[in-house]
Design a protein around this ligand. Structure first.
Ligand code: AGP
Length: 630
């Protein structure tokens, strides 16, 4: 989730006929900064050379650098704001990355899955790398192909040909933009599983990771398809596939205003991020297992022999992140047979917990700055435990102070109410569980491969749920006057019910409470009265049928007392219909993976009910995105 901009305009001699490349690129980066703010950088082509500047931190740091060390005027340029995945948010790891003796500059959004093997190949050719990034490997590969395979022939579209050959070698998700000193009036770009749009101007053309990158200059856009390469000059846009065959993009007019363009056309960052969830899960899975289902977790810096001796896992987290931990507990215990406790960080260190060198602490935090969780991790380290951070923010404090880290690749989560990070955290925790099961021999490789295959199908299933949200939105609007909503779930559905209640509390400011469905008869059922809305997350009727039957009887219990039952159930589950006012179906999926789907209707419900009440869903009252006080 990085911000990417490219530009080529006209010049007559030294005078820019259109806009200056740097002005356009910086304006585009300003609008795209929400996509990543770990670092920013630009490169322009002028006087037969590439000039670039890059700085860690926010765009303002780059602007200060440019004040001090200005770039030459140019009509060709690229720019990047980074959301770090491979390599921390440092100046060195910032984009652009240079190659071919500094004559080529490349920027990238995504994850190059096979960067390690390509890096080895290039090291053997004598390439020296300055950063830890997969992007620099792509830059070096492109430069090597341009220089050594194409003999640096820039005459007839050398950079485009080099990009085609390079993309044939790359695996994973990527949007790449490149410029070369020997082709001063060209930007070449490529995309696979990562966004890229072309902006069509008069005597100038643009590239952006989304239309916000150029919306101030043109509203004519061309959407590129999968595995396509585009070469722009001031007057031409040429599209091919990765093998040079001509291809077409889809032209359209951008109707959004700039502000909504930054939200992908959605009314709020929260709604955009809910719809980002298929990518958040897919990108978190990307590059972490091979075709045989063998898992390799980058930055897992704990000795495997130590992990084999672990006899307890304690998950430390707060809020939504704690609920993702509670979901993961069921899977980790089932797959690894390691006792797994989930502790609220702010409670953990005051209860004199039993922690030793055979305890693995797994902290879960979107921001990586939650003080309660940071202090709990520090306490656990003092007790001799190894610590692993599941985090969405590269280089933040908690992963920096942990022995190992497993980053979620959900991209920046701007809305205070966590959605895509929640699903990405569950996904990362599943990868950790499968990694431990693989390491400790609890699961055969084939079993792990099957579970990974099921996980790989989840993004498309989330998209199916997202394609059918109108009905739940209608229900939410009709319930805008609700004073209290209850949520029931069992097994992995219980933390999903808790998360659904939290979303409603923090967005619509109404009482909401999640319960284990089996707990009702031990007290909470006294709350049920005529018309009381009760959501019920129902497990699949396949597999362990007893759970399903028990939850259906829980629905009957509350309905018999007048509850308005709203059921989340698996497609084909007819048994729930008789006892539900509303049923929202989710695609069939293995029980342990169902939370990745069941949470989505509850997110949409809370968002829509809060919107119907006129509340700011991105910045709810009294809340902060990162709680950095205890
Ligand atoms: C969830 O919607 C809230 N924003 C809040 O509960 C959040 O999950 C909690 O504060 C933990 O934040 P973290 O994941 O950044 O540590």
């Amino acid at each position: 989730m990085c911000g990417i901009v490219g530009y080529v305009g006209h010049s007559s001699g030294r005078v820019n006929v259109g806009h200056g490349a740097l002005d356009v690129v910086l304006e585009g980066l300003r609008r795209l900064e929400y996509r990543g703010y770990d670092s920013a950088g630009v490169a322009v082509v002028a006087d037969g050379t590439i000039s670039s500047r890059k700085k860690s931190g926010k765009l303002s740091n780059l602007l200060a650098e440019l004040e001090e060390k200005p770039l030459p005027d140019s009509v060709t340029g690229i720019g990047h704001t980074r959301w770090a995945t491979h390599g921390g948010p440092t100046d060195q790891n910032a984009h652009p990355h240079l190659s071919d003796g500094g004559k080529l500059a490349l920027i990238h959004n995504g994850i190059i899955e096979n960067f390690a093997e390509l890096k080895l190949e290039l090291l053997e050719k004598g390439t020296v790398f300055a950063s830890e990034t997969d992007t620099e490997v792509a830059a070096a590969l492109l430069g090597d192909i341009f220089r050594n395979q194409l003999n640096g022939d820039a005459s007839n579209g050398g950079l485009t040909k080099a990009m085609q050959l390079a993309c044939q070698r790359l695996e994973g998700a990527f949007t790449l933009l490149a410029v070369h000193a020997d082709q001063p009036d060209v930007v070449v770009a490529a995309r696979r599983n990562s966004p890229l749009v072309v902006g069509l101007g008069e005597g100038e053309n643009f590239l952006g990771s989304d239309v916000s990158g150029f919306i101030d200059y043109t509203r004519r856009a061309v959407e590129l398809g999968q595995d396509q390469i585009v070469t722009i000059t001031a007057d031409t846009v040429e599209i091919t596939d990765f093998f040079g065959a001509p291809a077409q993009g889809k032209e359209y007019h951008v109707d959004w205003d700039p502000a909504s363009a930054e939200k992908g056309g959605y009314p709020s960052f929260m709604e955009k991020e809910i719809h980002d969830q298929p990518d958040a899960v897919a990108n978190t899975l990307l590059g972490r297992s091979d075709l045989d289902g063998k898992l390799t977790l980058d930055e897992m810096r704990i000795d495997p022999e130590h992990l084999k001796k672990i006899n307890k896992i304690i998950v430390l987290a707060c809020g939504t992140s704690a609920y993702s931990g509670q979901v993961a507990k069921y899977a980790i215990e089932h797959w690894c047979r390691i006792a797994t406790e989930v502790e609220l960080s702010h409670e953990f260190r005051y209860r004199d917990p039993i922690v030793d060198e055979n305890t693995l602490i797994v902290s879960i935090s979107q921001s990586g700055e939650t003080m309660d969780t940071l202090m709990a991790v520090r306490y656990a380290k003092e007790q001799g435990a190894k610590t692993l951070s599941i985090c969405n923010t590269n280089g933040s404090t908690i992963p920096r102070e942990s022995d190992a880290v497993l980053y979620t690749h959900a991209g920046p989560e701007i809305a205070v109410a966590s959605t895509k990070a929640f699903l990405a955290q569950i996904t990362a925790a599943y990868l950790l569980g499968l990694y431990l099961a693989q390491l400790r021999g609890n699961k055969f490789q084939g079993e792990i491969k099957d579970i990974l295959a099921d996980l790989g199908k989840v993004p498309a299933k989330i998209q199916q749920v997202l394609d059918h949200v109108d009905e739940i939105k209608d229900l939410a609007r009709s319930m805008a006057g609700a004073k209290s909503v209850l949520f029931l779930g069992r097994h992995v559905g219980f933390p999903v019910a808790m998360e659904g209640a939290l979303k409603l509390k923090e967005l619509a400011y109404i009482h909401a409470e999640g319960f284990a469905a089996g707990e009702l008869k031990h007290g909470p059922i006294a709350l049920i009265e005529e018309g009381q809305p009760v959501f019920v997350v129902v497990p699949s009727p396949r597999g362990r049928n007893s759970l399903h039957a028990k939850v259906v009887s829980n629905i009957q219990e509350v309905r018999a007392r007048g509850a308005k039952t709203i059921v989340i159930a698996e497609e084909g589950d007819e048994a729930v219909k008789a006892y539900a006012e509303h049923v929202f179906y989710i695609p069939e999926t293995p029980t342990l993976l169902a939370p990745l789907l069941a949470a989505v209707p509850l997110q949409i419900f809370a968002l829509e009910l809060a919107t119907a009440k006129g509340y700011d869903v991105d910045q709810p009252r009294n809340l902060a995105k990162s709680v950095t006080v205890e």
